[in-house]
Design a protein around this ligand. Structure first.
Ligand SMILES: [Fe+2]
Ligand SMILES: [Fe+2]
Length: 276
């Protein structure tokens, strides 16, 4: 199965730039690339920061952009989003009994669990006891799961970035819950970092995907300022086979030269007769 993972599209009110680029152009470029190269994908999963400032017009633009796709799209919110505005535009979007944008579905043999890790007026992630109870019930009732959310649930060794990770108070109990069900959770996928980071959390492998807009620079010394740059955007193609996962990072905006070479030995070998 192929799953497309896109994140941090940061859509603005159409016409407004974000970080020196038009996020709508980038997002639509990514969607066209997916439609052309991966029409067989089972899902497009967008892990939050859908809008840059949470305006209604940004969500309406998102709704229009994804309306004609043949691949089902699943949405999560991030710290830049406004839950009420999101729900006003996506009125029939599933929520949990507390109004959080937690939702889940079974795709093939696996429960895809989409989490709402947003706190009020903070860039840091929150996953309170009510949300944990919802996740616990999901994990208890399924045989296999794959988790998607916006925030990194773990610190990454980047002092400034770690200030806006999932708060420590909520991290420990989530870690315990994940650890308890680690044997049935194939992977944790998130965004927020605007960079590819990979590792293992509570016994479960994880991966964050770059943004379709600006990227962050990993700085293991800076403790105050987040640093970004208009480096190459990407989305992920997550390929699953049973419990196995392979993740490809797709540099969809690359428009420079591309070389082509065969895979046979002679296609790569150094010429045996040196030029005279
Ligand atoms: Fe973001
Ligand atoms: Fe974020």
């Amino acid at each position: 199965m192929k799953i497309i993972h896109i994140s941090d599209i940061h859509l603005t009110v159409p016409g407004e730039e974000m970080g020196g680029l038009d996020p709508h152009v980038r997002f639509n470029q990514a969607l066209r690339h997916v439609a052309e190269h991966h029409p067989d994908a089972a899902r497009i999963v967008i892990t939050g920061d859908l809008a840059h400032w949470g305006e209604r017009a940004a969500y309406e633009a998102l709704k229009t952009a994804i309306s004609g796709l043949n691949i089902p799209v699943r949405l999560m919110i991030g710290n830049h989003d406004d839950r009420a505005q999101f729900r006003a535009v996506f009125g029939d979007h599933p929520i949990d009994p507390h109004g959080f944008v937690n939702h889940a579905e079974t795709v093939g043999e696996t429960r895809f669990i989409y989490l709402d890790s947003v706190g009020e007026r903070t860039h840091a992630g929150h996953f309170c006891s009510a949300r944990r109870a919802w996740l616990a019930a999901e994990l208890e009732s399924c045989a296999r799961a794959r988790i998607f959310l916006h925030h990194n649930p773990m610190p990454l060794g980047l002092p400034a970035e770690d200030k806006i990770a999932l708060i420590a108070e909520h991290r420990a109990p989530l870690h315990a819950l994940i650890r308890q069900h680690a044997a049935k959770i194939d992977y944790i996928h998130f965004g927020h970092v605007h960079a590819p980071v990979h590792g293992v959390f509570a016994g479960v492998p994880f991966a964050s995907v770059p943004s379709t807009g600006n990227q962050s620079l990993p700085d293991m010394n800076e403790s105050e300022f987040l640093q970004g740059a208009p480096m190459a955007p990407a989305y992920f193609v997550i390929c699953t086979e049973g419990k196995d996962t392979t993740i490809h990072q797709i540099p969809f905006a690359w428009d420079g030269p591309i070389t082509r070479t065969g895979t046979g030995w002679e296609d790569w070998a150094k010429p045996t007769v040196a030029a005279e």
